[in-house]
Design a protein around this ligand. Structure first.
Ligand code: ADP
Ligand code: ASP
Ligand code: MG
Length: 416
């Protein structure tokens, strides 16, 4: 019997009525003969609320305790969904991550999944039960509860689908698929029927939060067919229609090649930039600056080193805005101690906008069109980075939405 994994996000689980609708949809799939594992998120707003409680007590709480708190939202969701399914006459059982277990490393608040035990789940499925497993959380070797980073239920779902060798992983959310850009920013964004795995990976890593990046990595590593679709449609809509709705992440490299040069526009509002002036231009400097940043578990994204003048250069890099203060402290300490550079300045109000598309490989002039569009809008580009299928620019955060709309139009991505 084919196994399908369903994942429902926060909005989809946002009230008991919504949970009852999820139960109706899941029951419909089960009635059609599928084995079903469901991976829900916490009810919308809940994870923010409970993390907020911890931060009311202390600005920078112990990550282990934060995970203990943050993981509870999903535990409520799985129990409620099991009850809603039982109310429909279905056999259903819920599990927290540690009960499966979903084993992770011990990087609290951003743990990585190491293994998923399929024995208990398979036994339940064989008994005709619908199995409901908390998204977002796992357990480390010592039995501590961990979480997988914000938006991590997507990753739980795809990883569980891979571990159980599911036929497909369906990510139900509050939009009906992956769009050319966030439909909440550009109202005439167009829904994509398919998006290549590579493009989805870029879009997720560049800020499109519709899928957490690690879920896309799992989908790619295990070639797990993954589809993004709406949970807000009629839960009893015909299965044949639902199965082909939404956006399929495709592993066919060339599906979009002939259609468009640019597939989508991604953005990340929450970037921050740090510059160290007057750095001695000699071997090992980049490592001396970025080594301590990496040791502090801060991810560095864009990097620029200027041409040196009189043996000195300026070194600029970006980090997630949430890590800005920590990065500044680390930099101040390490630069003072070892590097002997001049001033350090920072800007925590910058955003990154990126155009993405596999079609870029076979088309020239994308960068110049992007830069012309931004120049026409009077938007200054602070940093640029490129890969084979994306061009990213760092700009002042106050122009971010303007840039996204202008680029969406310039690359003719709007719905017909
Ligand atoms: P969930 O709670 O279901 O995990 P998220 O809020 O994490 O939902 O992700 C869905 C949201 O992602 C959408 O509501 C939309 O605003 C946003 N989004 C960003 N970029 C895109 C995109 N390219 N296509 C669709 N949605 C996008
Ligand atoms: N509840 C978690 C969060 O808000 C995980 C998720 O929704 O995917 O980040
Ligand atoms: Mg999400």
């Amino acid at each position: 019997m084919a196994l399908i994994v369903h994942k429902y996000g926060g909005t989809s689980m946002g009230s008991t009525d919504r949970i009852k609708n999820v139960a109706k949809r899941v029951a419909k799939w089960h009635d059609a003969g599928y084995q079903i594992v469901v991976v829900p998120s916490a009810m919308s707003g809940e994870t923010n609320r409970i993390i907020g409680l911890a931060k009311e007590i202390m600005a920078d709480p112990d990550p282990r305790e934060l995970d203990m708190i943050a993981s509870t939202g999903e535990q409520v969701s799985v129990g409620l969904l099991a009850i809603a399914l039982q109310a429909l006459g279905k056999k259903a059982v819920s599990y927290a991550g540690w009960q499966v277990p979903i084993k992770t490393d011990s990087s609290y608040t951003k743990a990585r999944i190491a293994s998923i035990d399929d024995a208990k789940v398979n036994a339940d499925l064989a008994e005709g039960k619908i199995v409901i497993i908390t998204g977002f959380q796992g357990v480390d070797e010592l039995g501590n509860i961990t979480t997988l980073g914000r938006g991590g239920s997507d990753t739980s779902a795809v990883a569980i689908a891979a571990a159980l060798k599911a036929q497909e992983c369906l990510i139900y959310t509050d939009v009906d698929g992956v769009y050319t850009t966030d439909p909440r920013v550009v109202s005439d964004a167009r829904k994509l029927n398919t998006v290549t795995f590579e493009e989805m990976l870029e879009m997720a890593s560049l800020g499109s939060k519709v899928l957490q990046i690690r879920s896309v990595e799992f989908a790619g590593n295990y070639r797990m067919p993954t589809r993004v679709l709406s949970s807000l449609t009629d839960p009893l809509m015909p299965l044949a229609e639902e199965i082909v709705s939404g956006t399929l992440i495709s592993f066919e490299e060339d599906t979009n090649m002939e259609q468009a040069t640019i597939t989508g526009i991604a953005f990340n509002r929450d970037e921050a930039k740090l510059t160290v002036f007057g750095v001695p231009d000699k071997p090992g400097i980049a490592f001396q600056i970025l080594g301590p940043i990496a040791d502090a578990n801060i991810e560095v994204d864009m990097i620029i080193q200027n041409q040196s003048v009189d043996g000195k250069t300026d070194f600029t890099f970006t980090v997630p805005r949430g890590d800005y203060n920590k990065a500044m402290d680390v930099l101040n300490a390490s630069v003072k101690e070892h590097i002997g550079a001049g001033n350090i300045i920072g800007d925590s109000k910058v955003s990154k906008v990126s155009v993405v598309g596999v079609g870029m490989r076979s088309h020239v002039g994308i960068a110049s069109q992007m830069f012309r569009t931004l120049s026409d809008e009077g938007i200054n580009i602070q940093m640029i980075s490129t890969s084979e299928i994306k061009i990213s620019v760092l700009i002042d955060e106050k122009y971010m939405e303007l840039a996204v709309r202008a680029l969406h139009k310039a690359f003719e991505l709007e719905a017909a």
